[in-house]
Design a protein around this ligand. Structure first.
Ligand code: ADP
Length: 506
């Protein structure tokens, strides 16, 4: 094991705006009002860099979810929202994107503080991507179109009909989001729901509710009518479960673990609500010996796993390297891992912050322990860093066996398993040997091989000579147990509309 640089605890001061937000009471958003939970209870939010409590937030549970769903139903059926012109709706959604950019620094600070991610990343990725998603979806609001369909009714010879389809909002949508990209996940969910005219009850993750609450303020400022979006912070087992089981919710959109995704499928059965699920992954990152530039590919492999501390459902956590270059690539990724500057997210020099919570720390170190006990080798990292906060050293595992837990299960931390492979024929069964199918990547300069491999990989996204490239226009989602449906792009809109076929006798 290699010594990793010690954690640097220096943290920059928050801006006055972020301090003011942090000091203000954190309630839930119901019908345009910020209110206490029905029970009056609150829950603590911790700073992952120190483990200290930094805020108390209203704790929603079943009663609050009931209130929020009633508001959403009433707003959907009886307010002008559904009948607002698409162009007006699009302007409001665009304005939400603008307001996110106008408040970029404050949102980046809150995100970094709450989640632990480097402020430098929140500034250039999380916050601008969230704004871009709203801008992209604003354009779709005026383009939710049906078709006219020529029909041949065979039992009515000579009769003439005019048939067309309409795409209508589904109605009341429950949205449950995770803690790894809190603001961005709120954007991914809200953008398409609003563009298609639905009403929403949003439940942020209990670990990271801050930016969703700040976004709630911006929604009102953008002119979104009261009641279109309610935000109910709370725990998954209570507020989340109540939302997924609620008989008056028409659809649930969820991003989180595969384990919870399966619970949601069961809970949704009561009223057969529509579901989209963006779940876990154990994504293969395949590096052939004919890469165009080895240093770029090694940078890519390190970024694939260490970006966001590995807390990405699409993290490149299984690195397969053609044997001729295996040693060199492992040495390169290990060298990069050892150089990563660890510290609180708010420190401007930090390249990797803490994991999000004590629970995540325990989970990831538990996987490391299992790797040790099953005989894997840690070429780098392999341990917690410091006694304070939830820091884990970026870790490269070698000499693994296919049935080890670290190889098969999603770790959701900065831990990559590197394995050599012999040939293009051998790699596909290895890469596809997973219950997940969210993402994959290929590194080669042979274009035909790249496209052939991309075609055969069972994954919703395949990156070629790059990794972690996201765009509001690119659909994202999983094969196999990585989920149902797609987020973003034109495709997500289908998941927020019902198609109505109308047939007129002429
Ligand atoms: P993680 O294990 O990474 O924390 P989860 O899948 O547990 O991810 O959490 C993602 C989101 O799902 C969070 O908002 C969490 O509160 C919510 N959640 C957790 N358990 C349930 C549940 N039983 N029903 C509905 N939502 C849940």
């Amino acid at each position: 094991m290699v010594a990793t640089a010690p954690v640097e605890f220096e943290s920059a001061e928050l801006s006055q705006k972020a301090k003011d937000f942090l000091a203000s009471p954190k309630k839930m958003l119901l019908n345009g009002q910020w209110v206490e939970s029905a029970s009056g209870k609150t829950f603590p939010v911790y700073n992952p860099a120190t483990g200290e409590e930094m805020a108390q937030v209203a704790e929603g549970d079943k009663e609050d979810i009931d209130r929020a769903v009633k508001i959403a139903r009433n707003t959907f059926e009886n307010s002008g929202w559904r009948w607002m012109t698409p162009s007006e709706r699009g302007r409001i959604i665009w304005r939400i994107g603008d307001l996110i950019l106008e408040n970029l620094e404050e949102l980046a600070e809150l995100e970094s503080l709450d989640n632990g991610k480097p402020i430098s990343v929140a500034r250039v990725a999380d916050v601008p991507l969230a704004a871009d998603l709203f801008h992209y979806m604003a354009g779709w609001a005026t383009k939710i179109e049906g078709t006219t369909i020529p029909i041949s009714v065979i039992y009515a010879p000579g009769a003439r009909f005019h048939a067309y389809t309409k795409r209508e909002p589904i109605g009341v949508v429950g949205q449950i989001i995770p803690w790894n990209f809190p603001l961005l996940m709120a954007a991914w969910k809200l953008g398409p729901a609003l563009a298609t005219g639905n009403c929403v009850v949003l439940k942020p993750a209990e670990q990271t509710p801050l930016t969703a609450l700040r976004l709630g303020e911006l929604l009102a400022e953008a002119g979104l009518p009261d009641g279109v979006v309610s935000i109910v912070p709370g725990y998954g087992e209570t507020a989340g479960a109540a939302l997924t089981a609620h008989s008056d919710v028409d659809k649930v959109a969820f991003t989180g673990s595969t384990e919870v995704g399966k619970l949601i499928v069961q809970a949704a059965a009561g009223n057969l609500k529509k579901l989209t699920l963006e779940l876990g992954g154990k994504s293969p990152n395949v590096m052939f010996k004919d890469v165009a530039d080895l240093e770029t590919a090694i940078d890519g492999a390190a970024n694939a796993i260490f970006f966001n501390h590995g807390q990405c459902c699409c993290a490149g956590s299984r690195l397969f390297v053609e044997e001729d270059i295996y040693e060199e690539v492992v040495a390169g990724v290990t060298a990069r891992a050892d150089k990563i500057k660890m510290g609180p997210g708010l420190n401007p020099d930090t390249e990797m912050g803490p994991l999000v919570s004590q629970e995540q720390l325990d989970r990831v170190t538990g996987f490391l322990d299992s790797g040790y006990s099953e005989g894997a080798c840690m070429a780098s990292g392999g341990k917690r860093l410091g006694e304070r906060g939830y820091f884990v050293a970026p870790t490269v595992i070698t000499q693994s066996k296919p049935d080890m837990k670290v190889v098969r299960e999603e770790i959701f931390g900065p831990v990559v398993v590197a394995e050599p492979f012999k040939s293009a024929d051998e790699i596909l069964p290895l890469a596809n040997d997973s219950e997940y199918g969210l993402a994959a990547a290929i590194w080669t300069k042979d274009i035909a091989k790249a496209h052939r491999t991309a075609e055969l990989l069972k994954a919703g996204t395949v990156w070629i000579n790059c990794y972690n490239v996201f765009d509001s226009a690119l659909p994202f989602g999983g094969y196999k147990q990585s989920g149902w449906g797609r987020e973003m792009g034109k495709e997500v809109l289908d998941n927020y509309t019902e198609t109505k076929a109308v047939c007129v006798a002429l």
